[in-house]
Each structure stands twice: as C-alpha cells, then as structure tokens.
Design a protein around this ligand. Structure first.
Ligand code: C2E
Ligand code: CA
Ligand code: CA
Length: 671
C-alpha cells in the first residue's frame, strides 16, 4: 500500500543504504587488514555481517514501504524480509556480549586447562579452543539466546513477536518484550564486564567505549521519540565503525617495520588477562648469539621476520610479541602444561637446525625463559623484569623455568640495593695498589667499587655493575667513584707517597653517551684536580658499529689530559685491532692469561708473545692477578712494566690503603 512519499521514507531509505554501505566497507576493510585471527576479531566480523544483512533487509523493506504495495508478491517479500531482519537482529546483542568478553580478555569459554587445542598430527600448530559451553553461566546465556531465536524463527507460525495487519502493515506483538529483555540482559552484563575490567583497559579504549555508549544511547532515545524514522541500525553501524577504527585497529600495537606486536601490546594484554582472572604462560625467547650474527651476516635486519615467520607456523600471530631486537615473547592464556611443553620443545628443536637468511646459512642460538603467571610472577612488572633480564652467563640450558628463574628476583633485589647504595651512601671505593716490576716499587692504584648493603650484605661489582649498566644506574655509580677518587687526589695524600695517578674503571655503556667528555671533564675540573692524575680503564667490548665513536671519545679525552688503560686484554675478541687504533697508554693483561701461563706450555707461549707484540706497539704493560712469588719470577723474564694482585694487596678501604702507602718504605709485600 503505497502511501505517497514522505520525508521519513526518504530518511529511512538513506539510513538503510548508509548502514549497508558502512557495514560492507567495514567488512572489506577488516579482511583487507587481516584483522581476523583472534576469536574476538571473528566475533567482530560476525557482528558486522549481521548488521550488513540487517541493513540490506531494511533497505528492501523500506523500498517496498515506499514504492510497492503490501499485497501479493510485494506483501510476501515484505514478510520474508521482516522475518530475516528479526532473525539476524536478535543475534546482535549476544554477539556484542561475546565481543565485550573478548575486549575484557575473557573470551575463553573453555575451562582453565583446555583453552587450547592443537593438531599435532596435521599442522603441528596450536589453535585457540573453539567456544565450549561447559560453564553453567554460559549455559544460561546460551539458553536465553536460544529461546529468543526460537521465538523469532517460529514467528511466522505463532505471531508471538510480531504480526501483520489486514493491509500487510507491521504490528508488534506481546512477545517482542522478550526480545528486548534478552538484549537488555546481554547489554547490562557487557557493561558490567567493562566496568569490572576498566582499570586494565587502555586509555584509547576507555574513551572510545564511553563515546560509543553515548552514541548508542542517543540513538535509542531518538528512536523512542521518532517512531517513523528508523535510525537505530544506522547508529549501530556508526558505532561499529568507531569500534573498528579504535579497538580493532592495532596499528599502535604493532611494530610498523616487522608487523609484530610490540611491548605496549604485551603489557596491555597481560594486564587484561590477569584482570580477567586467567593464568598465562609467558615464554621469552632470547637470541643469545646476536653479536656473532651481526658480525657474520650483513642482512641481520631480516632476522626478526625470519624467526617470527617460524613462530607463526606454531601458533597464531596474535600471541607473539617482540619486546626488543633479539627477544620474542609468547603469552598464552589458559594453556595446559603439556601443550606449553610441547610448544617449547618444537621451538627449541628448530633452533638446533641451521636457518637461511637470504641464502646465507646461519645458526641462531636461543634460550626460552618460561614462567607462569600469576604463580611465578604475580605482576606484569615482574614479568617484564624476566623478559628484559639477560640470560645468566654460563647458562647451558635451552629452557629456563621454575627455580631457574630465581636469579631474576635476585637481580631485582640487587637493583634496589644499588639505589639504596646511592641514597644511603653504602657504596664505598676501595683501592688496590699497583707496583713496578723494576724494584717492586709502589706505582699507582686502581679504584674498585664495593657495596655494603644493609639488607643483602656485601655485594661485589662483578654482580652489580652489569645490573647497574642494564638499569641505567651505572652513570651514577661511576660518577660517585670518580668524585671519590678526585677528592682523594685533591687531599694530596697519594702524591705525598709517590702515587701520581689513580685508575678509574668506566663502563663502556656510559662511555658511548653523548656529552660524556664534557661531563667527565666537568667533574674533574670541579675538584680542581689535574686530569693527568686520572687514568681511565675501559674494556674494549663494543660492537664494531660504535667503534668510530669510541675512537673519537678516547681522542677527545686524551686531548683533555686523561690517560687510558685497556682493561682485560686477552678476554675479548677484537682487542688487537683496538690496541693499534686506540691510543692506550697501558694494556692490562687479564689475570686469566697469567694464570694459564703458570706451568710452561701453550699458555706461556701466548703470554710471552702477547707481551712482545704489545711492546712492539710501544705500550706499557700491567699484569693483573699476581698472587704468588712464582708468578713474579715468571714476569721477570718478560718485558712487563707493572703488576697488580693479591700477592701485594687485595683492594682495601681508603684508610687501609693510606696505611699501605705510608708503610711502603719496605716494598714488595703487603698483607
Ligand atoms: P677489573 O677492572 O678487571 O678489576 C680487577 C678485579 O680483579 C677486581 O675485582 C679485583 O679485586 C680483582 N683482583 C685483583 N687482583 C687479584 C688477584 O690477585 N686475584 C684475584 N682472584 N682477583 C684479583 P672486583 O673489585 O670484584 O671488580 C670486578 C670488576 O668490576 C672489575 O674488573 C671492573 O670491571 C668492575 N668494576 C669495579 N669497580 C668498578 C667501577 O667503579 N666502575 C665500573 N664501571 N666497573 C667497576
Ligand atoms: Ca679495571
Ligand atoms: Ca681486569
């Protein structure tokens, strides 16, 4: 029954058309962006499809309203479209509820032990478990959905939800209230879930959710008061568009170069899982031979993708993250122990085989740090400590798990101790004297840091310096040492006893920072101490790419008046090159080299030849780790200049050191 064209008809046609177009575009975009891998993404696509079908049926209905009659074929079609409209539209609220569960990290209907299934036989790949309606609460929701859907599907027979009048016009029936009540139940639960997880949601999601909530509420209000204008679907389509560009959009969670989820994504996902009361297995995969890889292959930029592509064959990409250049993290909620073990076995097995990077064969060494949350680490912060902490040196395992990870907790404690040390002045500089080989005369001293922690007791630099380097506290520690040494030199005591120079250790991490030259000169000038009275010790272990910077920094500091020692000669791999090109005054031969020369053999030959070679380069030589008179005898046969070691003195506090140098008229032996 065409009733003439009214404004509301035009609007309704436009709304229905716009709804269909918006939804189709969104579906297309979602697939084009490949945002379909998570269960949550699939639910979103489901909602879009339902809404698209609704838009199309609405368009057809409105067209018949405006241009057709409601009798005969038109009438039949009108009824059919109405039926389809209801059949689909009643799915929207339940789908929305599922979607919100996904946003809140709860879209796992499986019980805790079986969130995953996998195909060992076919693809050998982990897959998310499909929805499993095992839990009582889900049975209730499923039942509500089934009842409403049944009411709608049987409506042509019962007329329970709606009927058609004499002239084929649409009329609501009492049963429609059930549909609304059911939708209300789903929506209220969804809102409750959102409020419950609010603190775990990112800011962007929160804003978007509030905005959408307002938008939809306004839409419903308008719909209530303007019965003839059918705006509801259109508003829903707009809301979906909003969800798509914000919540479904993962651009700000993905590294744009590699396409891998980043640190931020991992952080927010872990928060969401924990907030949702789920347990998570974290596997941090660390590549441990990165330096070797960088030295041997020029295309290491492609490495992240190479490993990522492999991981993707084992599990969906949305559970794989990369938090740094050589670290991948897999975070799997609700995974069974056996499945987790299987996955780690598969991964470690792959790393026993060679890889091929642009046709270059390559061995990649990797270690997995595996921990369960919340059992092992109850906070996301602790999880990140594990993810960021280095694999302990000397580790031979490929998987570190359980009590293997206790070092991480110790690490955190040490970090706190360093901070306490800086605040409470429990850091102390010890001094170890050095001697000339000729006449065993006192020559100088090396400043070595100690930490007397109130809680952990005595801590040694071998443990806490690497930690200070990693957590950015090394600058403060080294500044403290330099200041102490400057103050000591300024006191004039060392000079009175013939010590004209004190050695200070510098971390290469700090050395490479911009403004370092000015910084360090500034400190020394502040004390009014002569720069030539400070010898800076550095260990040449920097990556080759930073070599130029190292060279310029050394040059600039030399111009300022500082002298340099190369520490730990004989332990690194590119030392030889450095002695040539970097201007060191003294080369300190590492104690390991002396010790392996103790009994005549290859160790001795290496030591002898190293000494000869360094001498030919016209550098002075200090040998560390001298503990016995026999070692001094051995060194006497070589062209060595200075010695340092427990034979003379251990590193001692300043006062004890002053006593040693004061007594030094009887040279040779400290205690
Ligand atoms: P290093 O620079 O090679 O220092 C020499 C280390 O050998 C010191 O260990 C010293 O106590 C030890 N040593 C000296 N003579 C002998 C000996 O005859 N036998 C044995 N077994 N050991 C001997 P320490 O003090 O524990 O320092 C360890 C490392 O920590 C140092 O190695 C250095 O790399 C670093 N370090 C120490 N103080 C500082 C500092 O103030 N700043 C920085 N950045 N690093 C520091
Ligand atoms: Ca040193
Ligand atoms: Ca050394």
């Amino acid at each position: 029954m065409g009733t003439g064209f009214e404004i509301s008809d035009g609007l309704n046609l436009a709304f229905a058309l716009a709804t269909s177009i918006i939804c189709l575009t969104s579906v297309f975009f979602t697939f084009a962006q490949k945002r379909t891998d998570k269960l949550r993404n699939k639910v979103f696509v489901g909602m879009l499809m339902v809404l698209t079908l609704n838009g199309i049926t609405e368009l057809a209905k409105t067209s018949i309203d405006v241009y057709g009659t409601k009798d005969g074929i038109d009438g039949g079609a009108y009824k059919a479209f109405t039926f389809l409209y209801f059949a689909f539209h009643s799915m929207l609220a339940p789908l929305f509820y599922l979607y919100v569960l996904g946003v809140c990290g709860k879209l796992s209907f499986a019980d805790r032990r079986s969130g995953w299934m996998f195909d060992r036989s076919r693809s050998g790949r982990l897959k998310e478990n499909p929805v499993d309606f095992g839990k009582p609460v889900h049975i209730i929701y499923a039942a509500v959905f089934a009842v409403t859907e049944l009411a709608v599907l049987t409506n042509p027979l019962t007329g329970f939800v709606y009927t058609f009048g004499e002239h084929g016009e649409f009329m609501r029936s009492k049963g429609e209230i059930i549909i609304y009540l059911a939708a209300g139940l789903f929506l209220v639960t969804a809102v409750y879930m959102l409020i419950y997880t609010w603190s775990a949601l990112t800011e962007k999601r929160r804003y978007m959710i509030v905005y959408l909530f307002v938008l939809v509420s306004v839409g419903i209000l308008i719909q209530l008061f303007t019965v003839h204008v059918k705006i509801e679907l259109f508003i829903e389509a707009l809301a979906m568009l909003g969800v798509m560009v914000s919540i479904e959009n993962e651009d700000d969670r993905i590294d744009s170069d590699t396409g891998i989820y980043d640190r931020k994504a991992l952080n927010s996902d872990l928060m969401t899982y924990l907030k949702g009361g789920r347990s998570v297995d974290i596997m941090a995969l660390r590549i441990t031979n990165s330096e070797e890889i960088e030295r041997t292959c020029s295309t290491e930029d492609d490495l992240p993708i190479l490993v990522f592509d492999f991981l993707k064959t084992k599990l969906p990409r949305s559970y794989i993250y990369s938090t740094g250049p050589y670290t991948y993290v897999i975070a799997l909620p609700d995974i069974a122990e056996t499945d987790a073990l299987w996955l780690m076995d598969e991964i470690t097995a792959r790393f026993k085989e060679p890889w091929s990077l642009n046709d270059t064969p390559l061995m990649i060494k990797a270690v997995i740090l595996h921990a369960k949350m919340p059992e092992k680490f109850s906070t996301v912060e602790q999880a990140f400590i594990m993810i960021d902490s280095p694999v302990p040196s000397g580790n031979t395992k490929t998987v570190l798990t359980g009590s293997d990870l206790d070092y991480i907790l110790r690490r955190k404690e040490v970090e706190k101790a360093i901070i306490r040390g800086l605040e409470q002045h429990t850091l102390e500089v010890f001094y170890q004297p050095t001697y000339s080989l000729e006449g065993l005369r006192l020559h100088g001293a090396e400043a070595l840091i100690r930490l007397h922690d109130t809680e952990m007791g005595e801590l040694y630099p071998g443990e806490f310096i690497p930690i200070a380097e990693q957590c950015g506290l090394i600058d403060d520690v080294d500044d403290f040492v330099l200041r102490e040494v400057c103050a000591f030199i300024k006191s004039g005591i060392p000079a009175q006893h013939g010590i004209n120079c004190i050695n200070v250790n510098l971390s290469v991490v700090q050395f490479m920072q911009p403004g370092f030259v000015a910084h360090i000169s500034g400190i020394v000038e502040e004390f009014g101490v002569d720069k030539s009275s400070i010898n800076l010790e550095i260990t040449e272990s920097v990556a080759a790419t930073d070599y130029k910077l190292l060279q310029t920094t050394v040059c600039e500091l030399r111009e300022q008046g500082f002298s340099f020692s190369m520490d730990d000669f004989g332990t690194g791999y590119s030392n030889l090159q450095s002695i040539f090109s970097l201007d060191f005054d003294v080369i300190k031969i590492d104690k390991s080299m002396l010790w392996s020369a103790d009994n005549a053999g290859s160790g001795r030959i290496i030591l002898e030849n190293s000494v000869n070679m360094i001498k030919q380069m016209r550098r002075e030589i200090l040998v560390e780790g001298v503990e016995t008179a026999e070692q001094i005898e051995l060194l006497n046969t070589l062209d060595v200049d200075y010695m340092q070691g427990f034979y003379f003195s251990r590193p001692v506090p300043k006062d004890a050191f002053i006593r040693i140098i004061t007594d030094e008229d009887t040279p040779g032996k400290g205690e």
